[in-house]
Design a protein around this ligand. Structure first.
Ligand SMILES: [Zn+2]
Length: 216
């Protein structure tokens, strides 16, 4: 399916979803200093061809403007003529869509996700044991253990992509960039938001629990 074959209303729906999530996360202060980016996929999917709407680079995400979003293809290239630039991290979205076939990806920076990514950098994953909110990822075993992957944070984004390819765990709908932020995804915008909120809860939990145990 080419971009032109995707129904206009589907494109508008994806933009409306992005706008709602952007407004909500901005109200929570989740886009410090214009950081973070959001995308929602639109139209049919195959790992070789897909399209998504993504936040434009460098915009204040607490404002609503006609320049907030653009559509790009599976290689991160704009689908329509536009003066807007996709976020510098668009290639990471491309790779997560290619690997998972998910429908929405949300990326935010927080103090907790930065601190925790550095704390557990040597093991390249954050261990979480038996916390109820693991169920947000559809993992229902009692006392489940999960490891949330951490990858390097190079200034050159294409260098990060192979680490994502290698570290992404299909069971865990999120991946941390070291001292940078979290990427969380889902089968729709609602699920991606639920996953992101669960990750942030778990990062704060692990941080506080490690301090309580006296590891700091
Ligand atoms: Zn970022």
């Amino acid at each position: 399916m080419t971009f032109q074959q995707i129904a206009t209303e589907d494109k508008q729906r994806s933009l409306a979803e992005l706008r709602d999530v952007k407004t909500l996360f901005a109200a929570r202060g989740w886009f410090a200093g214009t950081s973070g980016n959001l995308s929602v996929r639109v139209g049919d999917y195959s790992p070789e061809q897909f399209h998504f709407a993504i936040t434009a680079s460098g915009k204040d995400k607490s404002l609503q403007t006609p320049e907030d979003f653009l559509f790009v293809d599976q290689s991160g290239k704009p689908c329509e003529s536009t003066g807007l630039k996709p976020s510098a991290e668009t290639l990471i979205h491309c790779e997560i869509y290619r690997l998972t076939g998910c429908s929405a990806i949300f990326h935010t920076h927080s103090v907790f996700n930065n601190v925790i990514s550095e704390w557990f950098w040597e093991r390249r994953s954050v261990p979480v044991d038996g916390v109820e909110l693991i169920k947000a990822f559809n993992i229902w075993e009692e006392e489940a253990h999960i490891d949330i992957p951490i990858v390097s944070n190079y200034a050159d984004i294409p260098r990060i992509v192979p680490e994502i390819t290698e570290s992404l765990n299909p069971q865990i709908p999120g991946i941390l960039l070291r001292k940078h932020g979290i990427y969380a995804w889902g089968a729709n915008a609602f699920e991606a938001k639920r996953h992101l909120e669960a990750f942030e809860f778990l990062f704060e939990y692990v941080y506080r629990w490690e301090l309580l145990k006296g590891r700091a």
